[in-house]
Design a protein around this ligand. Structure first.
Ligand SMILES: [Zn+2]
Length: 270
């Protein structure tokens, strides 16, 4: 299957290829992931649409206008006014627009699709900005906040710890996979640098250009993927029954009580 911008997010593409969001989704809840992989139903959440909106702006005026026309029912109310989240999205775009450094780093090829085999399975990536001249890949991210830290479960310390948004949302997994797939697909010795332009959804949007280049961490992230992948691929092929996390929307919506639990067994959900 040859990937295009039209079929990149399709059910068929997700079945044939592994991707970063699919991998992260399998790690979070196998049952939910198998549900959306087999039905092809992955809801367009508001956050996802706002992200797409800001991305389309970065691609250029033509792509942006086309996106707005294709999704007018989602963006505008009956009076033709944008809904609250898209008024916010426009503020985020204005924040990025008014910074020359951001405009400089957004230069390059946009939405570049590449594939490569990694740990015995084909992967697909779509790079927001690929700059050959300055040798970097760049990802554009919309986020709740750049400076607020979030809680995540630390298996090493067996407790919740507070981490920056980059760790909370596991963006180093994306940096590692994108860098490695691009390196293999283009047959280069060393991966390109990996940057992120982040813009926040706060009342007054914050923004930053963040360097995620870290060869040691990249190697560690790829090693973890290598270890987790054989199990994930067995679940994906139907060889192993998918495990339920019992916390996500899908698990809650399909939950049947199988035993009474004692009140001391109640655990905090992540
Ligand atoms: Zn679940």
């Amino acid at each position: 299957m040859i990937l295009t911008h039209e079929n990149y997010h399709s059910k068929e593409a997700n079945i044939e290829y592994m991707g970063v969001s699919q991998y992260k989704s399998f790690r979070k809840c196998e049952a939910d992931t198998m549900h959306w992989l087999t039905t092809g139903n992955q809801e367009d959440t508001d956050a996802l649409m706002v992200g797409k909106y800001v991305h389309k702006w970065s691609e250029g005026p033509e792509a942006f206008e086309q996106f707005k026309a294709d999704n007018s029912g989602y963006i505008y109310n009956k009076k033709g006014e944008p809904y609250k989240s898209f008024i916010k999205a426009d503020e985020m775009i204005n924040c990025l627009k008014s910074d020359d450094k951001v405009k400089f780093y957004l230069q390059g090829s946009k939405e570049v699709i590449l594939t490569a085999e990694l740990f015995g399975t084909p992967w697909k990536i779509m790079i927001d900005v690929d700059n050959d001249k300055l040798n970097y890949l760049l990802d554009l991210k919309t986020t709740k906040s750049i400076s607020e830290w979030g809680w995540v479960w630390s298996p090493d310390e067996s407790r919740n710890i507070k981490v920056p948004f980059i760790e909370e949302w596991q963006y180093l997994i994306q940096a590692a996979v994108y860098s490695e797939v691009e390196r293999i697909a283009r047959d280069r010795d060393k991966p390109k640098d990996f940057y992120m332009i982040a813009v926040s959804k706060e009342k007054i949007p914050d923004h930053a250009i963040i360097d995620l280049t870290d060869p040691v961490r990249m190697e560690a992230e790829l090693l973890k993927i290598k270890e987790n992948l054989p199990h994930i691929l067995k679940v994906k092929s139907g060889e192993i029954e998918p495990a339920r996390c019992e916390h996500c929307d899908y698990c809650r919506s399909t939950k049947k009580v199988d035993k009474i639990i004692h009140y001391t067994e109640l655990r905090e959900a992540w």
